[in-house]
Write a protein that binds this ligand. Structure first.
Ligand code: 5GP
Ligand code: MN
Length: 345
């Protein structure tokens, strides 16, 4: 990380009297919440009093145990409060997104604000308009960047609670150290976090081993009834209607991780999960190696994300979405590769 930028942020943070806000993207994940809560608690330790974490909407219960979680403001539940806090902010941290449009209902208040903005993120193609940008696309997670920043500012103030939140961010964004983690820095940082007294085993359990019975049944249903392969295109997808979700008493986060099962099939290198929403279909995409689903999501689904994990939306019914997806994969494959490896089952 560039020393001049680190010095700049240290300078900005030396004034701990400013109203400060930390915002995340829509449908916040473990990295968005862990990074935000870690940063928030560090600033509190540094004497900041007027500091808030604001999420556009709610997030799964398996992320709600993290230290500091009780003070998070969810704009979906309390938009007036969120808007007024953003309006009074002098400093805004933008965490784990590359464009203000990723903040959904917070986009307007954020664009209106004249606060100084600091972006901390690892998604490709960051938008213009932030005052200070810490964007590193080859880093496992935003939490890893936050850790490096906090270490530069005052390592001694990183305590066990902060370390717990940051470890959660790294662990979830690497799928428990199964992707995006080929850089030794990721493990060196985790070792430093463990030395601060965190318990990786219990953190892992709190995030991954707290399925409700219905959520586990939904996973079984996805795999036995809903998993489909597009022959010749090395692509697998799962599609869930509102009716499917209701059948399993769907709760926020219940479909988290489902798409990865489709990618675990031999010779599959593109996987998708379609979820029917009120006026659109939400799409989650995953890929292996050089197949860039960020590019695919931007081109075909008005979305984005990382090269191997991206998402988007389609405004149409679920059958149309799947047809469109199948034709998009066909176009993408033909455009990108001369030969398509045939699927061996
Ligand atoms: P997920 O499939 O877990 O919802 O998202 C995977 C990745 O894609 C995350 O990095 C997320 O931020 C990004 N992503 C998901 N949906 C969208 C979208 O509609 N637009 C953009 N730009 N990124 C998305
Ligand atoms: Mn992230």
């Amino acid at each position: 990380m560039e020393t001049d930028k680190l010095n700049k942020v240290a300078g900005i943070l030396s004034d701990n009297t400013q109203n400060t806000v930390i915002v995340t993207h829509e449908n916040p994940d473990g990295d968005a919440i862990g990074s935000s809560l870690g940063l928030c608690q560090f600033l509190r330790v540094c004497g900041y009093q007027n500091i808030s974490v604001i999420c556009p909407d709610d997030y799964p219960s398996f992320l709600k145990w993290m230290p500091g979680n009780d003070k998070v403001i969810i704009a979906f539940n309390n938009f007036k409060k969120a808007k007024s806090i953003i309006g009074e902010a002098g400093l805004i941290f933008c965490i784990d997104f590359n464009d203000v449009e990723r903040t959904g209902r917070l986009e307007k208040p954020l664009r209106k604000s004249d606060a100084k903005t600091i972006l901390i993120d690892h998604h490709p193609q960051p938008a213009d308009g932030f005052d200070l940008v810490f964007s590193y696309i080859n880093v496992s997670s935003t939490a890893e960047i936050v850790y490096k920043l906090l270490k530069f500012i005052d390592q001694a103030r990183i305590d066990k609670n902060i370390a717990t939140c940051l470890f959660t961010g790294i662990m979830t964004d690497t799928g428990s150290f199964s992707y995006g983690c080929n850089n030794p820095d990721t493990f060196a940082i985790c070792a430093e976090l463990v030395k601060l007294g965190i318990n990786p085993e219990s953190i892992h359990r709190l995030v991954y081993d707290t399925y409700s019975f219905e959520r586990m049944k939904l996973l079984g249903y996805c795999l036995s009834e809903k998993l489909t392969i597009i022959p010749g295109f090395n692509t697998a997808y799962i599609c869930l209607t509102q009716k499917d979700l209701e059948q399993f008493n769907y709760q926020e986060g219940d479909t988290e991780g489902v798409v990865n099962y489709a990618l675990s099939i031999r010779n599959i290198d593109i996987a998708a999960l379609f979820i029917e929403k009120e006026d659109h279909v939400k799409i989650s995409l995953r890929s292996i190696g050089s197949i860039d689903v960020n590019e695919f999501a931007r081109k075909f689904f008005n979305g984005g994300g990382h090269a191997n994990a991206a998402g988007g939306k389609y405004y149409g019914d679920i059958d149309k979405t799947i047809k469109y997806f199948e034709s998009a994969v066909g176009k993408y494959r033909k455009g990108k590769f001369k030969t398509v490896q045939t699927l061996k089952q």
